[in-house]
Design a binder for this molecule. Structure first.
Ligand code: SAM
Length: 281
């Protein structure tokens, strides 16, 4: 195994700075720097890119991103115990690592980065899907970022890449595949982390498409799929009835049978339904 940098090993960093993993912060750390460099490579060519990382923790992935040539990494970390360890990395890579101490749900630093921007993170499981949905649903598309390379529980990764009629198909598949190409690029067993989580994990790489596959308003599409899959066993005419008194007519206009269930409907028809609802406003 080669060393990716001459900073101390992650186990020593964690011990020196007293960063015992906390469950409520979703802390499952990656300790193998060769693995974090491999994940960083899955984000694509980082040379000349600004990278946003959420939840750097003791900095394993951060070091991978910097070693793989990121022009600049901006990392947002909620746990203040990690800040001294991250400051040591910043000192080793002058002018290339900025740390924001705070909650990633309250801060949107994307406007302060210079494109091309890639987002790469081993996300805390409790805010991962919320962040993903935010990155996928800005009003203006294409977004400021070029790609997202994100670690999720494997079951969530499967929901992002699922096809219509499969068990995992739902809101995340639709919103992801509407505006990006999404692929699982790496599987990781629980033992890759410290402490090991109960479930396997996977890295998903999403590349922003230049334009959505079908036109639709992101807010309307989000509402339609949230309502449709919230009661996935119900027929759409009843799960979506709160969206419009004429829901049956809108379903038919979108080539959807009112008795169909959400999981039977592909992305193209969900977008047509969102357009029909908006046209009637
Ligand atoms: N990137 C590190 C790694 O791969 O070893 C740590 C990943 S760990 C799964 C998730 C990290 O996100 C933790 O460091 C945790 O403190 C941080 N975190 C949790 N909630 C957060 C939030 N709301 N905003 C920013 N960071 C958060």
């Amino acid at each position: 195994m080669s060393q990716i940098d001459d900073l101390p090993p992650l186990r020593a960093v964690i011990e020196t700075h007293g960063i015992a993993a906390k469950k409520n912060l979703g802390q499952n750390f990656l300790l193998d720097l060769n693995l974090t460099a491999k994940i960083a490579r899955k984000a694509g060519d980082l040379t000349g890119c600004d990278v946003l990382e959420i939840g750097p923790g003791p900095g394993g992935l951060t070091r991978g991103l910097l070693a793989e040539g990121a022009r600049r990494v901006l990392a947002i970390e909620k746990d203040e115990r990690c800040l001294p360890a991250l400051a040591e990395i910043a000192a080793k890579y002058p002018d290339r690592l900025d740390i924001i101490s705070g909650d990633a749900l309250q801060i949107n630093p994307l406007d302060h980065l210079t494109p091309p921007i890639r987002i790469c993170a081993n996300l805390p499981y409790n805010i991962g899907t919320e962040l993903l949905v935010r990155w996928l649903t800005p009003v203006v598309w294409p977004p400021v970022w070029t790609s997202l390379t994100l670690m999720f529980q494997r079951e969530v990764a499967q929901r992002i890449t699922a096809t219509a009629s499969s068990k995992a198909y739902g809101r995340l598949a639709i919103l992801s595949q509407w505006r990006t190409d999404a692929q699982i690029v790496m599987d990781l067993p629980p033992e890759a982390f410290s402490p090991p989580p109960k479930v396997s994990s996977a890295v998903v790489h999403l590349t922003a498409l230049p334009a959505p596959r079908y036109p639709a308003n992101p807010e309307t599409l989000s509402r339609v799929v949230a309502a449709g899959f919230n009661q996935r066993r119900k027929m759409l005419r009843s799960s979506l009835k709160g969206l419009s008194p004429e829901i049956e007519a809108h379903l038919i206009a979108a080539d959807i049978k009112p008795t169909d269930r959400a999981e039977q409907i592909d992305l193209e028809r969900f977008c047509a339904l969102a357009r029909s609802l908006d046209a009637a406003k």
